[in-house]
Design a protein around this ligand. Structure first.
Ligand code: PEP
Length: 235
């Protein structure tokens, strides 16, 4: 399985900036990795056109918890597929933290995504306090409970304390968490890591046998950083 490098552009840029950045991505060249970009909803339509003929895949940062209907402000999984999305991030810690997303909401979104044949990347991970208390595996296990047994998921282990902090877990900590996730979810489930992966930190993932890719936030905004990440994950 080729490693997945998923670029989470969050809400860093305007739609016009995202469209310009997508042009640079297309010029990146080929790496033995599956590259998927997750722009804001606003630029999905334009970027899907730009990616035509390239191997770069498209994803959304969220989807609705229900099928098309009276849900103001939401975007249906089915509409995302129609737009050319193959992937969808679900349950990112920033949404859990700022919007109060619960595990129940996460599972409803996962069900919608799977029904629409949109591949969910479900984010799980502990806070700094939970890490200090030594309950990382228990926290991850609890977050996975509602989606356990579902086929076709990708799980992103994203410790909340590592996101946008410049620090990552050690290779040993990563293997322990990712190995545990694989044990719970089964060998068919792809397991990736996210949190402060950059050109400088990406090489750690080569030391983690259970890791099958990376979710990259801030560093994915810089094409030079991205090249370094892709190079170190391809070697
Ligand atoms: C993320 O939030 O999904 C992420 C990986 O962020 P960063 O790389 O900026 O830590």
């Amino acid at each position: 399985m080729k490693p997945l490098v998923a670029l989470n552009w969050k809400m860093y840029r305007s739609a016009a900036q995202e469209i310009a950045a997508a042009r640079q991505l297309v010029e990146l060249g080929n790496y033995p990795a599956t590259l998927a970009v997750f722009p804001s909803f606003l630029s999905l339509y334009s970027i899907t056109e730009q990616l035509k003929g390239s191997a770069i895949e498209l994803g959304a940062q969220d989807c609705a918890m229900a099928a098309p209907g009276a849900y103001t402000g939401q975007v249906a999984a089915q509409s995302l597929v129609e737009l050319g999305c193959r992937w969808c991030i679900i349950g990112h810690s920033e949404r859990r933290m700022y919007l109060g997303e619960t595990d129940e909401l996460v599972v409803a979104k996962v069900n919608q995504a799977l029904a629409a044949r949109l591949q969910p990347i479900v984010c799980v991970g502990e806070t700094a306090q939970e890490r200090a208390a030594g309950v990382t595996l228990a926290v991850v296990e609890k977050m996975l409970e509602p989606v356990q047994g579902k086929v076709g998921l990708c799980i992103a282990y994203e410790p909340v304390w590592a996101i946008n902090s410049g620090t990552t877990p050690t290779a040993q900590e990563l293997e322990r968490a990712l190995g545990h996730i694989r044990k719970i979810m089964g060998a068919e489930c792809r397991v990736i890591y996210g949190g402060s992966i950059s050109g400088a930190t990406a090489s750690i993932l080569k030391e983690v046998p259970s890791c099958q890719g990376a979710l990259v936030g801030k560093a994915s905004l810089d094409v030079q950083e991205l090249k370094k990440i892709l190079e170190s994950m391809s070697n």
